[in-house]
Write a protein that binds this ligand. Sequence first.
Ligand code: 5CA
Ligand code: ZN
Length: 432
Amino acid sequence: MRTWSAPHIPALQTTGPVPSIFDSRLNDIVQLPEDRASASLYVCGITPYDATHMGHAATYVAFDLLNRAWLDAGYDVSFVQNVTDVDDPLLERAAQTGVEWEQLAEDQTDLFRADMEALNVIPPEHYIGATESVDWIVPWVERMIDDGYAYRAEGYVDDSGTSHPDGDVYFSVRAAADSDHEPARWFLGYVSHYSERDMAPLFAERGGDPERPGKKDPFDALLWRAHREGEPAWDGASLGRGRPGWHIECTVIAERFLGMPYTVQGGGNDLRFPHHEMGAGHAYAMTGERMADHYVHTGMVGLDGKKMSKSKGNLVLVSTLRHDGVEPAAIRLAIVSNHYRSDWSWTDSLLSDSQARLEAWRRAMSVEATDSHTEVSDAVIDAVRAALARDLDAPEAVRAIDAWAAKAEAGQPVGDRREVARVVEARLGIAL
Ligand code: 5CA
Ligand code: ZN
């Protein structure tokens, strides 16, 4: 798929520190080896049935901070993202609103690209739709069946009397957990560490079908959905016509474009289970490798104390704010003034404070001229980089710039203000 245009990233005079990041699987902050020259990142993309809300934006800005931290440290970064452009919620929304599902997906993906571009998010090298990856998914699922990690379930009649055909294919969590590829291991809970009791409601809420008759284990995840009347379907070779399940999409795209293991698997913390758990299981079953070295998850953004979600409809859309004339840099500043791992709420005052802060920073940048006190600008540049290298502590970086801007306002020496502006643009993605 088409990506979006890359933002300008100013070159800085020196190389930044290697960042550390919180790995939610290891429950610890990790640092990449200093002698590495490259890093690879897969960030789970949108399901395009509604426009980009502040929660999505915050997640993509968070991984953009990681991308920028690696680039500043001199790493080559390979970055891949998917678009879940065929899945139940998208098909349901299309049916409700009387739009073709392809059109809905295309329109919302276009809007997402425009939002990402406005927010200065560096585009992925490969931006891949689920619908583009069916031909790669089919042989994986066929092999999983051959190797005993997946099975075809029989058709059944559901509570509403609808009959479902034979041929849905499920990933067997027990088969994967019982296999012994060494030294990698996978088990249910490998990524999330949730107990099965905690997993059960999450699995049902997040696209799973624990009650479906004919499954070997309630947690077995759908790999291939046999064709139903009125649903889109692709040629699945020996699987028959149908469409791919959700988790396998990301596993196959990541494997194809990054190889395994890649450095970071990213997404919001609603993806820890089942999405990233199952993805890791699929990858392990198929390659004998772990999927990613590290799992990084962002906190949930809410509105009025509730998680912002398309299904709840309590959304603040990036595109609405933009059309109302809000400057994207102020939206991005509002996002990065919260730590990426915390849960936080979007409020009007957060936006107005961020607009005021952006103005204050710009006033500081426009002070008379650069003075000779480069130790002052060097100190703030180091502070910004150090904060971002410590598990992407953008709020701390923002405070460092606030303090520097206050000095400028008070007429104190500021050093090389252009270099400060360059670091703000390169590291926080905010052009002053
Ligand atoms: N297409 C799948 C991933 S493969 C999906 O989860 N799509 S999504 O549109 O629902 O979400 C897109 C990204 O935004 C995911 O990384 C998700 O974890 C994140 N996200 C969703 N809601 C929020 C929220 N309220 N706050 C922060 N991040 C969120
Ligand atoms: Zn995903």
